[in-house]
Design a protein around this ligand. Sequence first.
Ligand SMILES: [Fe+2]
Length: 282
Amino acid sequence: MRADIRYTDVIDGEEFARAQAAADRAAFQHANEIDPETFYCTQHFDRYTQEDHNVWATLVDRRMELLEEQASEVFLDGVRQLGLDEDHVPKVEYVNSRLAALTGWQSRPVPGYLPAKAFFACLAKRQFPTTIVIRPKEKLEYLPEPDIFHDVFGHVPLHADPVFAEFLQTYGKAALLCDDPYHIERLGRLFWFTVEFGLIREHGKVKLYGSGLISSIGESLHALESDDVDRRPFDMDRVCDTPFEIDHYQPVLYVLESFEELRDSMNDYAEQVLGSGTMAGV
Ligand SMILES: [Fe+2]
């Protein structure tokens, strides 16, 4: 954790320590012993400063200007359906009240990065582990780790869409129950090239939906316009076989034709990894 990510400003210190210890333990627990409720925290909304709200407002303002053109209509519909406040850091409780009626997904505050199994256990329950700190104004353009802008503005609008919602839960269940390192690595690549850096073709134009692109002006322009990017048609096996590096703009991206394509491919892959019927009890 970096010194300028001030988790304990908006999470009580004791709760933060308890949640972090529970999340750390999850790395060593069996899938059905992991209880995500033990690593969720309370967002103390009144502790955000005016400067925090200003950072949020600046980021949303700058980003929406381009996203009206750049982003998938499914993402833009999600932003409208969630009623995200343009001027204030979002209250996750309010976001959740909107999501509940749409897909049942929830955004749940966590004390930073979760071990992979803990993260998957949340997704399997339609709960999205959400970073609730916001970047400092000195780092508006780039922060290597997620913050509430990346997580709520970048990820959560897609959770309002029933097809993407189903995909992400199936992904979580498959990744939680899978013990084969070969498939775990492949599922990590799938997450990267879809949830984080995915593109989709809509009405003949390539649009953004991955959170890493939604939340970054620089990389979004590179992803859509650069001749250096190899934009390949989505193919589950090929995606899962493609390695990636995190420290530079992505030279390879995958383009969906629809979110149904992603959901259906994920359902097939889950059956392949786990065997049919295995996920029913999760
Ligand atoms: Fe992300």
